[in-house]
Ligand binder design. Sequence first.
Ligand code: SF4
Length: 265
Amino acid sequence: MTIDPDKFKLISKSQFGQFKNCPRGFYYQYVKKIPQQMNRAMYVGIRFHAFSNQFFDLVKVKDGEMLFPRDKDFDSDPEINDMIGNFIDFERKFLETCSDTKYFYPLAREIRFDVKHARMKGIVDRIDLNEDGTLTLVEYKTGSYEGKKEIPSYLRQEHTFYKVLIESCGLPPGDISPRLKDFSVLPEITHMVVYSPKESIALAEPFKKRTITAFHKRFEEVLVQIDQNIKETIEGEISVDDIWPANGYLCNYCSYFGICKGAEQ
Ligand code: SF4
């Protein structure tokens, strides 16, 4: 098998997460390019994201009221349709808290960044402008977060990935979003939000310095490990079954369980 050494010059949030969870899974997915089996969670996530992205192109606001049908079937799948209904209700309530519609409509949605010098790439779900002029990163997660008081640490790290990615892109604010063209510098990204349409829960918290410092350290470590593993694999010094280490309990949920010798260990 030929491996393109330049393929991992830019690392996505998913690649970073996969390598942290299980380097062997990273190898199967991104080096050997064995597709993951589509499961229910992936299917629901894709369908919900398709709707949520389209929603802000369609929704109108008149006299402070959101004009959007609620009792319509937007998806033939009842579970996804319920999530969409929750999302519409949530956005309607959110609008009531906004002093201006410019805070209701996201600044950017599904926006792609490729940042060579930071070796990062990714597509950000949503960036909102806060009333104090700062920014919030919003990610939609279709899993269950009932009873959670704070954002789980792995999602905190995902948001931090995107914050670092956006802040290191070096683009003028107006190039990131036309709605930022009046800003001479990119406003600070101060908050992260995880919105789960399943229970219509929004978990919000500020970015903390120690989270960002820990992220930089971990990201650097992962880059070094990826580069080393790729180099040694290309040079024939290691094989996936010998060296790329495996990780325990995740095997139960892994698409590669059937082909992975690591799962048997
Ligand atoms: S089965 Fe386990 S060890 Fe193998 S790739 Fe999946 S998570 Fe990693």
